[in-house]
Design a protein around this ligand. Structure first.
Ligand SMILES: C[S@@+](CC[C@H](N)C(=O)[O-])C[C@H]1O[C@@H](n2cnc3c(N)ncnc32)[C@H](O)[C@@H]1O
Length: 319
């Protein structure tokens, strides 16, 4: 426990219950646990889809992200069979791990919430015979995805948030997008998934989660840097909050898997790739952005190694 800094006295802090209610209060005399009061969710979220803050990250441009991602442009934790596995193979292994858990059958309608540059959607369509709708709220990702979908009936991408998607699907996969949603939206997210799935429906949700508590100011400063400069509005979920919100929406948790060591390896590879393309990165995005991204990638790798950050795949069934 730490004393409350005098500048924080009287300031309002927001915390959200599993039902999405703001159960926060006002800082007053006494002490507090900083980990519970991270600034990530205190900034205002718009009522609708958060296009502006999500796009602020991806609008850096495909050319920049291509400098450190694998050729499929998969931007989430990979799964390494061995430390020597290539990043591209490890990304495909993660995609197959995720789609395998979805219990896809040919002809199933799969919704990919937060499809990024489309690798999971393409794999589900080509290898599993699914009809896929991928949702992204990034313009440049959509432009890339629409090229992937050309000439492939049954593979479709939309510039749309899950908040406005209201069509029946058989399965839902969401990889590395939940961190953008904000905890006050978890109840709405799970209710939406529940309402569009059939009685045997499956949701595979892959997300970074908060790991072990850390009250060091260096850690809090780093989290603040990520939530303001790299992922504006980002909000990493405590796993228990996510599970409670799913349960309240009648989604049954049937399997959980942590991929924590794999995210440290993934971030190591991304950082090494970016460092090896330093001159190109500076030419594309400027030196400040290059340095911020090296700080983000190497700093996050350390947090996945030490356990402050985790990453989980949660498999839910309609209850
Ligand atoms: C880190 S990327 C992950 C992309 C991809 N799933 C992957 O593994 O490479 C996060 C994605 O979530 C999307 N996203 C963020 N908020 C969203 C929302 N409310 N509805 C749909 N997609 C959203 C972004 O547009 C982006 O495509």
């Amino acid at each position: 426990m730490r004393p409350i800094p005098s500048a924080w006295q009287g300031r309002r802090v927001r915390r959200f219950s599993a039902a999405g209610e703001d159960t926060g209060g006002t800082f007053s005399a006494g002490s507090f646990r900083p980990i519970l009061y991270l600034p990530m969710n205190t900034n205002r979220r718009p009522a609708g889809v958060d296009f502006k803050r999500v796009q602020a990250h991806y609008d850096l441009g495909d050319e920049f992200f291509a400098l450190f991602l694998d050729p499929s442009m998969t931007y989430s934790c990979a799964k390494f069979d061995t430390p020597q596995t290539t990043l591209a193979d490890a990304q495909l292994a993660k995609i197959d791990l995720s789609l395998g858990k979805c219990e896809l059958r040919p002809g199933h309608r799969l919704l990919d919430i937060g499809c990024g540059w489309g690798a999971t959607a393409v794999r589900a369509h080509e290898h599993y015979g699914a009809n896929v709708i991928g949702l992204t709220i990034s313009q440049n990702q959509l432009a890339h995805d629409q090229k992937l979908a050309a000439g492939r009936p049954g593979l479709e991408f939309r510039l749309q948030g899950w908040e406005t998607f209201d069509e029946k699907v058989d399965r839902i996969v969401s990889i590395g997008a939940f961190e953008h949603f904000g905890r006050n939206r978890y109840p709405a997210f799970f209710s939406r998934c529940r309402s569009i799935l059939p009685p045997d429906g499956v949701l595979l949700l892959h997300t970074i989660t908060i790991g072990k508590p850390n009250e060091d100011w260096d850690f809090l400063r780093f989290v603040h840097f990520i939530a303001t400069e790299i992922f504006p509005g980002g909000d990493v979920p405590p796993p228990e909050l996510l599970i409670a919100a799913a349960r309240a929406a009648s989604m049954e948790l049937v399997h959980v898997e942590s991929l924590r060591p794999h995210y440290a390896l993934t971030l190591d590879r991304w950082a090494a790739n970016l460092e090896s393309r330093r001159a190109d990165a500076i030419a594309v995005a400027g030196e400040d952005t290059y340095l911020s991204y090296m700080k983000y990638l190497t700093g996050c790798a350390a947090l996945f190694r030490s356990g402050e950050c985790n990453v989980h795949q949660f498999k839910f069934r309609v209850a």
